[in-house]
Write a protein of this length. Structure first.
Length: 568
């Protein structure tokens, strides 16, 4: 029995449940024929244009969704987040990733204290340190400049910074600032990832950034110890202080590891890992690669969306509109997935990052008060840059399951190319697909159209496209550091809106803990079996059988006491 406190027990929710049955009777072909409706479903902000007219929704739908937002106290929840209230109830924490990119003169309170000066103390420290490294005033143990950076982290400490790094690599300004430097990310505990990261690197010119709030994350710390051994074996143990720095709040463990605590960069409990790219987690490695001035533009872009989200009325508020549309598609239409389709290769790591932000945030089965929710929350996120995705999974999107699509396009390419004799330049070719695919999904192709084209009868059903597949199009003016920050913040807040409406806690992630604890038991068993020959015990038949096979067939693997760095 649903609790009366759940959003699904409200009149607004039930009104939408009835309304969706009416919407299902209308095809997007008909909805798109109304120019006034389409005009009302376009929003502009700061040079970007959002067109959500290809959603299976009417003006009346949005009136009902705004009522749902009112029932869910969306505005009050947004205000509570920006005010530093403890909205992450299960961990007793505020949620203040907006403070990470707030202007220096902003005031954002947490526990009665303005946290913005603390944020800028860390940013200023990053600015100073990154400039020392980039200018060559901070040298490695042998007196060589540190031109290569390996950032060690996992989850949000890896995916967010990697997305931004990949997006900036081909931006002309950022690329110019990064000349002669390289940035790599080490996340997987698999030694193959270590091997790939150290291939071609010289310890004398390498700086390692270890990102772990507690300095206890198992995968990160094993990789950190491996890189420490790589540096020490070549340059001596004393070189660690010059070649390794930390992003952490646990200074005793940082010092015990061998890193000078003065070279540790702080972040805070009110920053969730998947929302931490604007903290030292991302800003430090990105500043080492591109310079602080470029990264500051990225922060300003994110901040511009923060203010838009906080102040704009819902009918003109991009993250709110997108969040409400996700709720509409997931909870009322019953579409479980969402495709993120950026028409820019620079955004190739955007979907993997949003996959984590979204699915770790909203993959919940209980309300924030711990009550089981009798409706689906969260989305299965996936994506690939166009036009690559068109030759991969678009077949399913066009003629298989209904999957709402996010089309993200850019007016000005980072790297324009125009070949003489070609009808259009390369970016126009890309963008032709960006404009065509949403219409193809919306309109489809009918058997009557195929008959008129003299398609053989036995192929009619195969070539019929049902259409009526929802999407939205977000057109960015360019893809510089500022726009990349904007795009990040739009999706962060969109995901927050979904959680606020569903009444779940988008800011904890207890679901990742169980597997970790079970892995600890397995780790102990592997150690005792390899070093002491102890039998496998305490596991079910299936796991015991797999462990036995693994131990028997990997008996030639060096023991944990043997130091062996991977080689390629």
């Amino acid at each position: 029995m649903a609790s009366s406190a759940l959003i699904c027990g409200t009149e607004a929710w039930n009104d939408l449940k009835a309304h969706v049955e009416e919407i299902k009777k209308t095809h997007l072909r008909d909805l798109m024929s109304d120019p006034d409706r389409c005009r009302s479903m376009m929003v502009e902000f700061d040079g970007m244009l959002l067109d959500y007219s290809r959603q299976c929704a009417t003006v009346e739908t949005f009136e009902k969704l705004f009522k749902l937002a009112e029932e869910a106290h969306l505005k009050e929840k947004i205000n509570s987040m920006f005010s530093g209230e403890c909205i992450n109830k299960t961990e007793n924490r505020a949620v203040l990733h907006v403070a990470l990119r707030a202007p220096r003169d902003a005031v954002i309170q947490c526990d009665g204290k303005n946290v913005v000066p603390e944020v800028w103390n860390v940013l200023d420290k990053i600015h100073d340190f990154s400039e020392k490294v980039r200018s060559g005033s901070w040298l490695g143990a042998t007196g060589k400049a540190l031109t290569d950076v390996v950032s060690i982290g996992i989850g949000g400490s890896y995916l967010g910074p990697l997305f931004v790094h990949t997006a900036l690599q081909t931006d002309p300004e950022a690329a110019e600032c990064a000349k002669g430097r390289q940035l790599r990310f080490l996340a997987n505990v698999d030694p193959i990832d270590v091997a790939r990261n150290i291939t071609g690197l010289n310890p004398e010119t390498t700086l390692v950034v270890v990102v772990s709030k507690t300095f206890t994350t198992a995968e990160t710390m094993l990789n950190a110890r491996t890189m420490k051994e790589w540096i020490s074996a070549s340059l001596g143990p004393e070189a660690v202080a010059k070649h390794m720095v930390a992003v952490s709040t646990n200074l005793p463990l940082v010092e015990k590891f061998g890193i000078d605590p003065n070279n540790a960069f702080a972040f805070w409990d009110w920053v969730g890992g998947r929302y931490s790219v604007c903290s030292a987690v991302g800003v430090l490695p990105l500043s080492l690669q591109y310079g602080f001035s470029v990264v500051e533009k990225f922060l300003k872009g994110a901040s511009s969306i923060d203010q838009h989200f906080y102040t704009a009325p819902f009918e003109k508020n991009i993250p709110v509109l997108l969040g409400l549309l996700s709720v509409w598609n997931v909870s009322f239409h019953g579409y479980p997935a969402r495709a993120i389709l950026p028409y820019s290769q620079a955004l190739e790591k955007f979907a993997p990052h949003i996959q984590q932000v979204s699915m770790e945030s909203n993959g919940k089965g209980v309300s924030i008060d711990g009550v089981s929710i009798p409706f689906e929350a969260g989305e299965i996120d996936f994506g690939e840059p166009g036009t690559n995705g068109q030759h991969s999974f678009y077949q399913l999107i066009h003629q298989g399951r209904v999957i709402p699509c996010d089309f993200i396009g850019v007016v000005k390419s980072q790297q324009p190319v125009y070949l003489q004799g070609e009808p259009v330049n390369n970016h126009d070719e890309l963008m032709s697909n960006f404009f065509a695919q949403p219409d193809a999904l919306a309109y489809g192709k009918t058997p009557e159209q195929l008959q008129n084209e003299n398609v053989p009868p036995h192929l009619i059903t195969h070539k019929t496209f049902p259409g009526n597949r929802p999407s939205f199009s977000l057109l960015l003016p360019s893809l510089n550091a500022y726009n990349i920050g904007q795009l990040l913040a739009i999706y962060e807040h969109r995901i927050g809106v979904e959680g606020f409406i569903w009444g779940i806690n988008s800011f904890d992630q207890w679901g990742v803990e169980l597997g970790k604890s079970l892995a600890t038991q397995v780790r102990k068993q592997l150690c005792s079996s390899r070093t002491k020959g102890e039998p496998i015990q305490g596991f079910n038949f299936s796991t015991s059988t797999l462990l036995k096979r693994y131990l028997e067939e990997s008996s030639d693997v060096p023991s944990t006491a043997t130091s062996l760095l991977p080689k390629i």
